[in-house]
Design a protein around this ligand. Structure first.
Ligand SMILES: Cc1cc2nc3c(=O)[nH]c(=O)nc-3n(C[C@H](O)[C@H](O)[C@H](O)COP(=O)(O)O)c2cc1C
Length: 206
């Protein structure tokens, strides 16, 4: 059963914390609107050892997402650090377990977006965002990027793309989120929340 107050699921994987920091700014954007909330969730790391399992509660960051978190959301933001220009296997592993939602069309007509972090400027921000776009389209979700009315897209010399926001973490992964990146993450969260509210009302009334 869907909760009465719609929520946007912000679902990320982060090994060193940069993608998590972006996710937290997106939460602020979602929660700048009334009538909708943000639910922040992460996924466990995939281990090369099949027997290894993560502790039930992560040591830091958000709690792990369940299929129910995804099933009942009114909108979805997916975040992943780049892995050779692709999303991280840990997030992909979670998405590969969502066939039941795909078969039932559960996510059709819900808005979605993506965000990423890379160590180098041309190290695959856009390509990583596009790898996250593909499963969202297969699920029937409505993808929302970032329009250039967000003027930080013109100013940024680090992260931020029309495909979704991003962060340039640097080779030591120690760049803080800069002001343009923060503004874009906030705007993306806020836009997703607006669309989630509108499409939620549309689905409820049809
Ligand atoms: C296996 C592996 C592959 C990576 N591939 C890239 C890459 O293609 N381009 C890049 O700029 N950074 C690459 N990185 C760096 C991370 O994407 C980058 O440090 C990111 O900001 C980490 O985000 P996090 O702090 O949320 O874990 C790679 C890191 C690992 C471990």
């Amino acid at each position: 059963m869907s909760p009465s107050l719609p929520y946007v699921l912000i679902l990320y994987y982060s090994r060193y914390g940069a993608t998590r920091a972006l996710a937290e700014h997106m939460v602020a954007g979602v929660e700048s609107l009334t009538g909708i909330s943000a639910r922040l969730r992460t996924v466990p790391s995939v281990s090369p050892t099949c027997e290894a399992v993560e502790p039930e509660i992560p040591e830091e960051g958000a709690v792990y997402a369940s299929l129910d978190d995804l099933r009942d959301c009114a909108g979805l933001a997916l975040g992943s650090p780049t892995r050779f220009g692709n999303m991280a296997s840990s997030l992909k592993h979670f998405l590969d377990g969502t066939a039941e939602l795909w078969m039932n069309g559960t996510l059709i007509d819900k808005p979605a977006t993506a965000f990423t972090s890379t160590s180098s400027l041309h190290g695959g921000q856009e390509t990583t965002l596009i790898t996250m776009l593909m499963p969202l389209l297969h699920q029937g979700m409505v993808y929302a990027g970032l329009p250039y009315s967000e003027t930080a897209l013109f100013r940024t010399a680090s992260g931020g793309t029309p495909y979704g926001t991003s962060h340039l973490a640097g080779s030591r992964s120690d760049n803080p989120i800069d002001e343009n990146e923060r503004q874009l993450a906030y705007a993306q969260g806020r836009r997703l929340a607006r669309l989630a509210k509108a499409l939620y009302s549309m689905r409820e009334s049809s």
